[in-house]
Design a protein around this ligand. Structure first.
Ligand code: PRT
Ligand code: MG
Length: 228
């Protein structure tokens, strides 16, 4: 490693919103304060109290891309995002730690009154709208249910209400969004939480800088399990 390389701060990719907010306490547990709030400052590169670490703010689904290409050395992304990314880039990222933050579940939901069990039993082809096509494909294949997957980028809850789909596969946290749209969860697919991901080359070339941070995150994530 060159001297310049070892002086460059580590870059960590995060998304605004719940992941940023739930990462702050983990950084604080590692003795790191963040210089500003991206919601207010609109800055995309944020310094921290540790000169060896800076943050970049990207879309949640772009975090794996920044880390895989080495534009960020590490990042934090939901398991939902990582499954979809891995379908295109298998094995591209090292995922050492489940941080147990931004927790929710991936579930199948339908309109209230739609008989999901009967539709599945009858072997009718279900139309399923989702942003999570890889996770949905694997889930229904394992059940032996034929589905037509319709890719959406947001507001999945609308699809069954306007006849675009029979069911959706979406993340559910409180369940309030489903309820507000007269939908019900009929099947849980998997629990979701956010994970630390690390660039594979950085893991070797910047090991001395990364390891203390990984250790601190590991410790703090145990505290999260304890309070979950
Ligand atoms: O918002 P944007 O399009 O930029 O991207 P994003 O939605 O992927 O980002 P963000 O910040 O909303 O979510 C980041 C990560 O948080 C996701 O990848 C998940 O791993 C995790 N997470 C945890 C959630 C939720 N809980 C969650 N409830 N992500 C999204 N939701 C949405 C869900 O899709 C649904 O529309 O919230 C709605 C349901 O919430 P409840 O509480 O009404 O059930
Ligand atoms: Mg969102």
């Amino acid at each position: 490693m060159s001297a310049a390389e070892s002086l460059r701060p580590l870059t960590m990719a995060l998304s605004k919103g719940r992941i940023f907010e739930e990462t702050l306490p983990l950084l604080e547990a590692a003795g790191i304060q963040v210089s500003e709030n991206p919601e207010q400052s609109r800055k995309l590169i944020i310094a921290t109290s540790n000169p060896g670490l800076r943050l970049i703010i990207v879309r949640a689904s772009d975090v794996p891309t920044y880390v895989e290409y080495g534009a960020a050395d590490l990042g934090i992304a939901g398991k939902d995002v990582l499954i979809e990314h891995a379908a295109q880039h298998p094995g591209g990222l090292y995922q050492p730690i489940d941080l147990n933050i931004a927790r929710c579940r991936l579930a199948v939901a339908v309109r209230k009154g739609f008989d999901y069990e009967a539709a599945v039993r009858q072997g009718a082809r279900l139309r399923v709208a989702t942003k999570y096509t890889q996770a949905a494909r694997e889930h229904f294949a394992a059940k032996g249910v034929y589905v037509d997957l319709i890719k959406l980028y947001g507001s999945m809850e609308l699809a069954p209400l306007v006849g675009l789909a029979d069911a959706i596969v979406d993340l559910v946290s409180t369940g309030n969004t489903l309820k507000a749209n007269d939908l019900v969860a009929v099947e849980d697919i998997m629990p979701i939480s956010s994970r630390l991901v690390v660039n594979r080359a950085a893991l070797k070339t910047r090991h001395a800088q990364l390891q203390p941070l990984l250790d601190a995150f590991e410790q703090a994530s145990h505290a999260n399990v304890a309070t979950a």
